[in-house]
Design a protein around this ligand. Sequence first.
Ligand SMILES: Cc1cc2nc3c(=O)[nH]c(=O)nc-3n(C[C@H](O)[C@H](O)[C@H](O)COP(=O)(O)OP(=O)(O)OC[C@H]3O[C@@H](n4cnc5c(N)ncnc54)[C@H](O)[C@@H]3O)c2cc1C
Length: 411
Amino acid sequence: MGEHVETLVIGAGPAGLSAAHALARAGRTVTVLEAQGCVGGAARTLSFDGFRLDVSGRRLSSADPAIRAFWTALLPDELDIAPSALRLEGEGGARSQRGAALGALISAKLRPIANSKTLGEWLTRRFGRRVARRLSAYAEKLWALRPEETPAQPACPSFRSEAGVRPRLGTGQLWKACAEAIGQAGGEIRLERQVSGLRRDRASGVWTVSAITPDGREEVFTADQVISTMPLRELMGALTPTPISLFHACELMYRDQVTVAFAAAPGRRRAPALAEIHGASIKAARARALEGEALALDYYCFEGDALWTADDEALVAQAQVEARRLGLIAAGPVRDAQVVRQRKVHPIHDEACDEHLKMIGLDLRLHFAGLHLAGRAGVHGDSAEDQSIRTGLSAAASVLNRVIAPSRIAA
Ligand SMILES: Cc1cc2nc3c(=O)[nH]c(=O)nc-3n(C[C@H](O)[C@H](O)[C@H](O)COP(=O)(O)OP(=O)(O)OC[C@H]3O[C@@H](n4cnc5c(N)ncnc54)[C@H](O)[C@@H]3O)c2cc1C
């Protein structure tokens, strides 16, 4: 028999930490199990020689005052304004999304964007035909689906570009502060604990959760309730008894990400704060300026494909060539190169996805009471950080209100 906690949270990314923070502050016992050696998930910041790297996002924004109050309370004096700086890059040059606003406004007046069925339609109505063509090329790199085959609703938040705030030391600073606050309120975070199995005892309703440590030991916990932010497909595969909707879970798809960061002498064009790269001849999908002369290129891929398995040296060489073709670095050597691989950071929404999620939701509600889903890959959404935080807070509210049915699957 393992340690018993009231609520076990799987994953110390924004959703899991927001949930744990709400529970610990409400005086509940909560333990977070995190597979990696640091907190923050896809919003973590890694420090290297000479620069910091936000592994995915870089800006927080929310229309919800409660969410804004959440991060302001955690970092009252550490948030800088981050202007909307999204740019489209290609070998032919750069173009700001704002620059396309007039065409987009006319287009949106004629055909309301709310009625768009596919992402392709939504992009054309939101940004106008010319910019939509470029963004479609980016969307295809991201999800490996044509925008005409991608349902509009779950995909369009990826093209939000409003201004927001940014923690001075990177997005991960917020989650380090949150982890500290959880500890001060009596919660616990255990790093390097990869959850591998979850079993619900039908008679008692108690959950048994196993986690593997880096040295291969198994730790076992029991809990009254579980909040999971691990990728939904992996969660379903780890459940006992085997869920009847496992077939649907196995159909859920993800894109993975490789980021190559390095420092180099600046090229003829200033590196953008963030640019989406539409040119098909360039494999990188995003370019981001880091501190000093450092730059990061993000590649989207499938775990196990040629890009994912390429060795670091080859990836750095490829990124160097592409950054030079974009004019972002000068000829010459690069310094301090780093390669970061992230699994399942982009849940894919194809046309069949809603049906799969409906069946999984029904199964969990009927057979796995006390299991609450939260987070981007946890609910299989394409949520920004504020939306991930919201799912964490709403899972915590379900625990506090003793809602036995799991959260519905929607970001
Ligand atoms: C490329 C990219 C750019 C983005 N840009 C922005 C942006 O600019 N602004 C913005 O607001 N949002 C942005 N986002 C979205 C933001 O990063 C996510 O919404 C947020 O990180 C999701 O939080 P989460 O907790 O749901 O998941 P994650 O951040 O993925 O955290 C989940 C955690 O669970 C852990 N985990 C998984 N499986 C297990 C297991 N079996 N056992 C234990 N732990 C496990 C993982 O290690 C991870 O730490 C971006 C995302 C990406 C991928």
